[in-house]
Design a protein around this ligand. Structure first.
Ligand SMILES: Cc1cc2nc3c(=O)[nH]c(=O)nc-3n(C[C@H](O)[C@H](O)[C@H](O)COP(=O)(O)OP(=O)(O)OC[C@H]3O[C@@H](n4cnc5c(N)ncnc54)[C@H](O)[C@@H]3O)c2cc1C
Length: 576
């Protein structure tokens, strides 16, 4: 059976148009007032065609071939990557959500999110190259000097030049405060960058003539820690056409995403220019990281969709005990759970994208500010929860294939391998959990948390019109809201007595919050499906949402309870 992809267009449109009612939000955003559901639908259809017809055929061969570093230090991507990238650029896809002033199409990020989901499903490794582009564009646009903008922005927006994000060093992964790369100011206003970076995705490749690095480095007068970091733009090719002074020292051999070049880079006094204020690099970089984190969450979502739809096709064809295995109760559970989780996460991830759209484009300043806080709160949940299930969901789908799932030709084992990294990069999932609880919930005075609960309460309060099924969704959502309030208060109280308490609660807290969001997504999806004329799609949707209500949401209780035990100290692990 071929491992193939059919973009879930009907579900994507259902989420965007019916569940999130994005077209209403577009009307409140002057930049999107021309966007209507037909335009959005046409964009998604074309993106789906590119993903499944152009990109997906390069996935398995690219995994086998991998990247190479030639004797001259140039990185080569697998065969077919360049042609696919050319088609992507020619189709105008890189610039989808970028500002028309810089050559962008000015379309909502929520459409870009759906496209990212498709690209990740069809070829995660290839998608690593253009995936960083949007964050780099946003960072240069918000923090770059006029000169940097005029030199780089339009070329990055169009995809003519790609970007890389260079943070990690051998001694500094999660702890960015330990970074040592130096930036020495030069008489002409540039800086000379020296140091070693590792694990840099797409630092070099043969897809574009130039690659724009955004590098975190320290100026000579930097204080220790993260407050001493500055952001520097370091291109591969300098404006005078000469090659900049950095080299790729090696490519990592890795478990998955083998078509993505993961580079060790040495900067040898490379020429760069500060992006934003000196020593304010991390704040500037965060703009890039938030966008990148949403994209990484969408990678997890894409993997789940790919794994689930292929597992389902296999389960319908494969017979054991003279029965298609899709009919066996254990496999039914597995497949329904995968569908309920994937579809619930799609609502949450697209909600985050919609919040980012509103934060940038809503006509009302208060709504922009609130949407910004909500986006900041949702981003770590989307990153961590969707990537956790990207890997674990793909591994569960692999089980459906029995022994064939372990065999390369069936495709699913590549999805499992590729999905694993998303739990680690762009801030590990543990770092996301700390970010959510400490910075987005406890430190912001509860504003975003209150806004989120208000949105959930509004959903729970929608009239069920005597429909007992809809009433069950509302009840489940109310239970989650109550648990969220109780647990957040308990963790905040524990934090008063012991600053480490939230760190002990963080992982369970993030998973519990994700279940609150799933409860909201299931309720909103069920209501939206009931409002449509009955069809095979709405019938299947209601079955899956009901499955999520009864079989996925009970897991929330474990996470809320465990988060509440954070007042108790943990023993240190011992070898014996
Ligand atoms: C394929 C690939 C691509 C990558 N692409 C890029 C890139 O493009 N640019 C770039 O700059 N980097 C990139 N990275 C690096 C990646 O972001 C780091 O690997 C990641 O940040 C983790 O750092 P580390 O590997 O040093 O792990 P460590 O920081 O050593 O973490 C090890 C473990 O400890 C946990 N841990 C660490 N600190 C805490 C804490 N405070 N609380 C709780 N748990 C904690 C982590 O969650 C993790 O489980 C890439 C890595 C890979 C493998």
């Amino acid at each position: 059976m071929a491992y193939t992809y059919a973009a879930p267009l009907e579900d994507m449109r259902f989420v965007i148009e019916q569940v999130l009612e994005a077209p209403r939000s577009w009307q409140a955003c002057p930049s999107f007032s021309e966007v209507d559901p037909d335009t959005a639908g046409a964009v998604l259809e074309e993106a789906a065609r590119f993903a499944s017809e152009v990109l997906q055929p390069t996935n398995a061969p690219g995994d086998l071939e991998g990247c190479t570093l030639d004797a001259l230090g140039n990185v080569r991507t697998p065969s077919g990557y360049r042609a696919a990238y050319r088609a992507f650029v020619d189709g105008g896809w890189p610039a989808l959500p970028c500002d028309p002033a810089w050559g962008g199409q000015g379309l909502p990020l929520v459409l870009d999110a759906a496209m990212r989901e498709m690209l990740s499903a069809c070829n995660h490794a290839w998608n690593m190259y253009p995936d960083l582009l949007h964050g780099a564009y946003e960072t240069i646009k918000a923090h770059g000097s006029d000169e940097l903008k005029s030199r780089y922005l339009a070329k990055v927006a169009s995809g003519e030049w790609l970007a890389a994000m260079a943070l990690t060093e051998p001694g500094a992964g999660s702890d960015l405060g330990a970074l040592r790369t130096k930036a020495e100011p030069q008489a002409d206003g540039s800086v000379a960058v020296s140091g070693q970076k590792i694990f840099i995705s797409g630092a070099d490749h043969d897809l574009t003539d130039n690659v724009v690095h955004l590098v975190l480095a320290r100026l000579p007068d930097a204080v220790p820690g993260t407050k001493g970091l500055s952001l520097v733009l370091v291109p591969k090719v300098l404006p005078d056409g000469t090659r900049n002074a950095w080299v790729v020292e090696g490519l990592e051999k890795k478990m998955g995403i083998k078509g993505s070049a993961t580079c060790a880079v040495r900067y040898e006094g490379a020429t760069g220019w500060l992006v934003g204020e000196p020593h304010r690099g991390l704040a500037a970089m965060f703009l890039m990281m938030n966008s990148a984190r949403l994209h990484v969450g969408l990678q997890g979502l894409g993997h789940q969709e790919m794994a689930t739809q292929n597992a389902l096709r296999y389960a319908v064809e494969r017979e054991q005990f003279r029965t298609p295995i899709a009919q066996l109760p254990a496999m039914r559970h597995l497949l329904l759970r995968a569908q309920a989780l994937t579809e619930g996460q799609r609502v949450i991830a697209y909600r985050a994208a919609l919040a980012i759209d509103e934060a940038h484009h809503h006509a009302d300043a208060d709504r922009r500010a609130l949407a910004g806080s909500l986006a900041a709160l949702l981003t770590p949940v989307v990153k961590a929860f969707c990537t956790h299930h990207g890997f674990h969901g793909a591994a569960a789908a692999q089980q459906v294939f029995g022994g064939y799932g372990y065999v390369h030709d069936y495709g699913i084992e590549q999805t499992v391998r590729d999905a694993r990294i998303a739990m680690v990069y762009e801030g590990t999932n543990e770092i996301q959990a700390i970010d959510l609880l400490q910075r987005k919930v406890l430190a912001d005075g509860g504003r975003a948390f209150a806004a989120l609960l208000e949105e959930c309460e509004a959903e729970a309060a929608r009239p069920a019109d005597g429909d007992p099924a809809l009433a069950d969704f509302s009840t489940a959502l109310r239970e989650q809201i109550a648990a969220a309030r109780h647990t957040t208060a308990a963790v905040a109280a524990a934090a008063q007595a012991d600053a480490e308490a939230p760190l002990r609660a963080a992982d369970d807290y993030l998973f519990a919050m994700a279940h609150l969001l799933l409860a909201w997504a299931y309720a909103a999806s069920a209501r939206a499906a009931k409002a449509l004329p009955a069809s095979p799609f709405t019938e299947a949707k209601l079955q899956r949402m009901e499955y999520g209500l009864r079989h996925v949401l009970p897991q929330a209780t474990v996470h809320w309870q465990r988060a509440c035990t954070c007042a108790r100290p943990l023993p240190a692990p011992r070898a014996s």
